[in-house]
Design a binder for this molecule. Structure first.
Ligand code: 13P
Length: 251
């Protein structure tokens, strides 16, 4: 059985104080949930969210990481720093990082390995653009991204990963992929993992991301291969994010 995982990616939102208030409000709403709940605040609010989440069932993740341990890399944050502050997860290869900050499959792979080295779990994002979908090359695109991200990892390691399928055209647009579309691509991703890492394909958790809301989470979670969601906009209010966690737990 794969435990569902709902993660909130706050992107570049929330001050330290707002992050603390949110975490306290959410904690009661998700107490005793059968779903794994993760908050991914900006770097500046990580420590505050870790502290506010202490004793709750909320885990904390970062939104990015650099792959070197230390050195002259102005502006970067190392995996060891994230581990020390209390992160359990790190989002890697989000489409916004690929689009605006030059992230490639190769640098995603470096980050994935660096995160694993520190004993944290990468949430690896993949997904096609609208143009790629219209060209009918969605499967080719996600295959290349998955193969690139997992390069050099053994099967046991792959089993512990989280992958997020986020079609770029569904992010922040209000357009969710249909349940069937999301299920189809996610099942395809699982089949690619089966080729690469056999048994781990049944264990790796694969989320859907892109305009997830309380109103569509249940249908998504009812799909056999969808194990959770990576939520952007709707993770910014405790009510909507709590509603998504509740919906996922009940699905
Ligand atoms: P939205 O939920 O705002 O569409 O964002 C999805 C996302 O990018 C999560 O990483």
């Amino acid at each position: 059985m794969r435990k569902p995982i709902i993660a909130g990616n706050w992107k570049m939102h929330k001050t330290v104080q707002e992050a603390k208030d949110f975490t306290k409000a959410l904690a009661d709403m998700v107490a005793n949930s059968q779903v794994e709940v993760v908050l991914c605040p900006p770097f500046t609010a990580l420590a505050a969210v870790v502290e506010a989440a202490e004793g709750t069932n909320i885990a904390v993740g970062a939104q990015n990481v650099y792959w070197e341990e230390k050195g002259a890399f102005t502006g970067e944050i190392s995996p060891g720093m994230l581990k020390e502050v209390g992160c359990k997860y790190v989002i890697v290869g989000h489409s916004e990082r690929r689009q605006y900050f030059g992230e490639t499959d190769e640098t995603v792979n470096k980050r994935v390995k660096a995160v694993l080295n520190e004993g944290m779990v990468p949430i690896i994002c993949v997904g096609e653009t609208l143009d790629e979908r219209e060209q009918g090359i969605t499967e080719k695109v996600v295959r290349t991204q998955v193969e690139g991200a997992l390069k050099g990892l053994d099967a046991a390691t792959v089993a512990g990963l989280v992958i997020a399928y986020e079609p770029v055209w569904a992010i922040g647009t209000g357009k969710t992929a249909s349940e069937e579309d999301a299920q189809g691509v996610i099942a395809y991703i699982r089949s690619v993992i089966k080729e690469l890492a056999q048994d781990s394909a049944d264990r790796v958790r694969i989320q859907y991301g892109g305009s997830v809301k309380p109103a569509n989470i249940v249908g998504l979670m009812q799909q056999p291969d969808i194990d959770g969601a990576l939520v952007g906009g709707a993770s910014l209010e405790p009510e909507s994010f709590g509603g998504i966690v509740k919906g996922a737990a009940g699905a």
